[in-house]
Design a protein around this ligand. Structure first.
Ligand SMILES: [Zn+2]
Length: 317
């Protein structure tokens, strides 16, 4: 029997570089993780060692890279990557894997949110869908859109930055330079800031009971947990954040007419405390115009979504 086609998935993150090898059915055959180096020479050496260990002397039939920032999908050039990995700007990610490629191999790269949706299209909650909206909910909010079967990239590769959708024109300043972006209201960072303020004001809440001695240690997951246990302050913080998320999703559904909304990222683990409230909010906002209920569901590609998504970029061409 012929060996399976091997596709390399390489997930470049601010904390870790994660890479793995998938067969054509999407099964992760092996994977490796190393801390993200702080210099370009360090990065190149770490990536080479990582890929060499994963190749096991074989050649890849495809390779995909998921990366924060803006990456040109077809020549894999990193266009814009603000922050501590800015040393990658101007690098061509396909060069990293060139020695390990079989003839005719496809190499693709894109930002991590689009990679996540590529993974859901190939193996997860977006299989068989031509119109889907995905949000990755973490310390910020990422997004990706497939419309008419095409993963939208826009003119300059910026499409899908749903976290920077304006939800209040006079709202808080955002790191992007705008005011009132979605992620200034709904993101782990925004929810933690609200919780911290409530604790420091001395509000009567299990948040203060649990974190009063060390308010800075409160996490978004803690706030969802306290809300799930019925704490009024935590519930109000979550309800407000979810209302902004619901408003943004409803607006996007009116624009895009998506079949499904997929939520990934760490906050999507919150379960019914998030999903029940959000579904009700979006339903109320959209039912008259859309005349149907749009499913809002968790991402299905599991804990190695970054690697699987990156590899799926090569599957999708
Ligand atoms: Zn912004």
């Amino acid at each position: 029997m012929a060996p399976p086609n091997l596709t390399l998935g390489f997930d470049i993150g601010g904390t870790n570089l994660k890479a793995g090898v998938l067969d054509t059915s999407g099964q992760l055959l092996r994977r490796e993780t190393v801390p993200t180096p702080s210099t370009l020479p360090g990065f190149l050496a770490a990536a080479e060692a990582l890929i060499s260990r994963l190749a096991l002397g074989e050649r890849f039939s495809g390779a995909g890279f998921g990366c924060p920032g803006i990456v040109r999908p077809f020549d894999t050039l990193v266009d814009c990557l603000p922050g501590r990995m800015d040393y990658l700007e101007g690098s061509r990610l396909s060069d990293l894997v060139a020695p390990w490629l079989a003839p005719g191999a496809i190499v693709a790269a894109d930002n991590d949110a689009r990679a996540a949706l590529a993974g859901e299209l190939a193996f997860g909650a977006a299989r068989g869908r031509e119109n889907a909206l995905m949000l990755t909910l973490g310390s910020g909010v990422g997004g990706a859109i497939v419309s008419g079967g095409v993963l939208l990239r826009g003119h300059a590769g910026v499409a899908g930055h749903i976290g920077h959708l304006t939800t209040d024109p006079d709202g808080p300043w955002c790191l992007c330079g705008n005011r009132g972006c979605l992620e200034t209201f709904f993101s782990a960072r925004a929810i933690e800031v609200e919780a911290l303020a409530a604790i420091q004001r001395g509000c009567e809440s299990s948040l203060r009971t649990r974190f009063g001695a060390n308010p800075l240690s409160v996490t978004c997951a803690d706030v969802f947990e306290c809300a799930g246990q019925g704490d009024a302050v935590a519930s109000a913080i979550i309800a407000r954040a979810v209302r902004y998320l619901g408003g943004a999703i409803a607006g996007l559904l009116h624009v895009l007419d998506s079949e499904v909304v997929i939520l990934g990222g760490q906050i999507a683990q919150a379960g019914p405390v998030l999903f029940d409230t959000l579904r009700e909010d979006v339903e109320q906002r959209t039912r008259r115009l859309l005349k149907r209920t749009i499913p809002i569901i968790p991402a299905e590609v599991g804990e190695h979504a970054g690697i699987v998504g990156a590899a799926s970029l090569a599957f999708n061409g």
